[in-house]
Structures are given as structure tokens and as C-alpha cells.
Design a protein. Structure first.
Length: 256
């Protein structure tokens, strides 16, 4: 009952928020026992009426796309932790997450998204060993999104310039391609084919002019990962378009 009340309050708060959109970083996992990128965290975001979630995409050694941050699965002090990109899919799925789930495939993740009516996904494709491998990952991601008919609800993100360039080449011109690296001017990122930048709080506070420069180019601006009221209010005052946070309900309350 307490959880239901919390989720209902979260919906009310988000509906009352300003033009800045709140993006749940790797789903709703702030509750005790919550796990980033898990299907439980995704379903909690759907239940709360979230605008969007981020998720991380990696490819296993045998070519399966999975939703997990990486590069390792398991704690640093875990002798059995696995390097995601160097591990085959069956072995990776043999290791349970902290909530008892297995690492979801991208298809499983997108199937849950498709069950919702409006949830958006900001898909963070991680860097891989070679440009050729990254191109393969991008093609598979684009194919999976099309298969689930979610083209209008997915934004494609990466810290890798090559990955962003490949997305810009393969997706429709109205798709959102977001550069995350924090080291490029908006003009340079636009030249890669990006329609948005999403940089860390540290970067945007150090170079706030990039927000205005991006907007003058009709690019959107995101900020991550905002987990306190001070940073949320700073982003609000600077006109950032979307705020990525581990605490979506609290962040929404802060910028009401």
C-alpha cells in the first residue's frame, strides 16, 4: 500500500512539473532492493507514469544485445564477476542480479516498453572494442526498435562519436540522436548528425554557454545525473530540456 501511494504521488508531481522533462536513470530503482536496468525498475517507471527512462545496451561475446551498464556484472570484490562484452549470453544469464532477476535482453526490455502507452526510452549504447563491432551493435539496436514499433519513442545515445554517427546515418531524420561524451561543442556534435547533447552536471556548470549554443542550433540539451535539489534548480534556471536522475519523484518536486 505504501508503495502504491508513493507511485500515485509521483504521477501527480510529474504532471505538475515544468517544461523540463524528468528522465528516470536506468528506471525506478531508488527503493530498497531496486536494481538499475532491471525489468522491475522499468515496470516501476511505467507504473509511476514516468515520461522516460534511460537504459544501457551492451553486446555479449556471441552477439546478443543485453540491457546492463557494465563493463562488469558483479561487484569489484566479486571473484566471479563477468566482463559483459567478453562473456557469452548463456553464461551471463547464469548470474543473478541483486533482486533475483537475470540480465534482460534488449528484446525483453522493449517488449515491456511496448506494453506501456507513452513511456520513452533514452538508449545509451556503450562503446565496444572496434568501430566494426559498434556498427554491428547499432544495426541490431535499430532493427530491434523497428521490430517492436517503437521508433517514435526511442532516443539513441552514446559517448562514442562513431556510434552517434552510425545512428544518424541509419535512423530517420526526425529521430533523436544524443551525444553524451561532454567533450564536444554543440556545433561539432551537430556535425556528427546529433540532434541533442546530454552532458554531466559538472560539464554544463563549467561551460554553461553550451546550453544556449545548442538551443540556437535547435538542439535539445539534457543533464545527468541530477540527484539533489540544488542541481535540479540550476538546470531549471538554465533552460535544460530534460533532467536525468536516480530520484525522479524528488527531482520533479524540486522543480515544480
Amino acid at each position: 500500500m505504501k508503495r502504491l501511494i508513493f507511485l500515485m504521488l509521483a504521477v501527480v508531481v510529474m504532471c505538475d512539473a515544468t517544461a523540463q522533462e524528468i528522465v528516470a536513470h536506468r528506471g525506478y530503482h531508488a527503493d530498497k532492493g531496486g536494481v538499475e536496468n532491471s525489468l522491475a525498475a522499468l515496470r516501476a517507471a511505467v507504473e509511476a507514469g514516468a515520461y522516460a527512462v534511460t537504459c544501457d545496451v551492451n553486446m555479449t561475446s556471441d552477439g546478443k544485445l543485453v540491457v546492463v551498464g557494465g563493463p562488469w556484472l558483479g561487484r569489484r570484490d566479486d571473484p566471479d564477476r563477468l566482463n559483459i562484452q567478453r562473456t557469452d549470453f548463456v553464461t551471463l544469464r547464469s548470474k543473478r542480479l541483486a533482486n533475483g532477476e537475470v540480465v534482460p535482453t534488449l528484446d525483453e526490455f522493449l517488449a515491456v516498453v511496448a506494453e506501456s502507452s507513452a513511456l520513452r526510452v533514452f538508449m545509451d549504447v556503450k562503446g565496444h572494442a572496434t568501430p566494426q563491432t559498434e556498427s554491428d551493435v547499432v544495426r541490431k539496436v535499430v532493427s530491434a526498435v523497428k521490430q517492436h514499433k517503437l521508433q517514435d519513442r526511442v532516443a539513441y545515445m552514446s559517448q562514442r562519436q562513431h556510434v552517434c554517427g552510425e545512428f544518424a546515418r541509419l535512423v530517420s531524420s526526425d529521430a533523436e540522436v544524443v551525444y553524451l561524451g561532454g567533450n564536444l561543442t554543440p556545433e561539432y556534435a551537430e556535425g556528427l548528425g546529433c540532434t541533442a547533447i546530454s552532458y554531466s552536471t559538472e560539464v554544463l556548470k563549467r561551460i554553461p554557454r553550451w546550453i544556449d549554443e545548442a538551443h540556437k542550433l535547435d538542439m535539445k540539451v539534457g543533464i545527468w545525473t541530477v540527484n539533489n535539489d540544488e542541481d535540479a534548480l540550476w538546470a531549471l534556471g538554465r533552460g535544460v530540456d530534460y533532467i536525468t536522475t536516480d530520484k525522479p519523484a524528488a527531482t520533479a518536486r524540486a522543480i515544480r
